[in-house]
Design a protein. Structure first.
Length: 127
């Protein structure tokens, strides 16, 4: 995700190595997404420079729109932000950027009813 006035805003895709040296806005260091992105930066021999770390994607979107930095976030969250913020959504071309997430439980039938409903909701949303 980039500010709408950023030179990359009109591109459909970009390689991570082409943005790794920029200033970033992201989630807190304890988040799984941060660890995932930082690991791929390290494989490129880089360390990401974070100008700000926040707790949610909407805050990231607002900071990106203000030109504070670029961000890597799930496409669904980026597109939601783009509906109300002045940002551009640019896909990462790198194969690692398309993650497959799974739900695990010893027994889905043994889960409490609210957890079963959550699992069913996530399954339907993934289709």
């Amino acid at each position: 995700m980039v500010a709408r006035q950023d030179e990359l805003a009109n591109r459909r895709q970009v390689d991570f190595r082409d943005v790794v040296d920029r200033d970033f806005v992201g989630l807190t260091a304890a988040s799984a997404l941060h660890g995932h992105i930082a690991g791929h930066a390290a494989r490129l021999g880089a360390r990401l420079r974070y100008r700000a770390r926040v707790n949610n994607f909407d805050s990231i979107g607002q900071m990106v729109a203000a030109g504070i930095g670029v961000a890597v976030m799930p496409e669904v969250a980026a597109k939601r932000c783009a509906r109300s913020m002045r940002i551009g959504v640019v896909r990462l071309r790198d194969p690692w950027a398309n993650r497959k997430l799974v739900i695990c439980a010893r027994s889905f039938k043994a889960l409490p009813r609210p957890a079963q409903q959550l699992v069913e909701h996530l399954r339907k949303a993934a289709r």
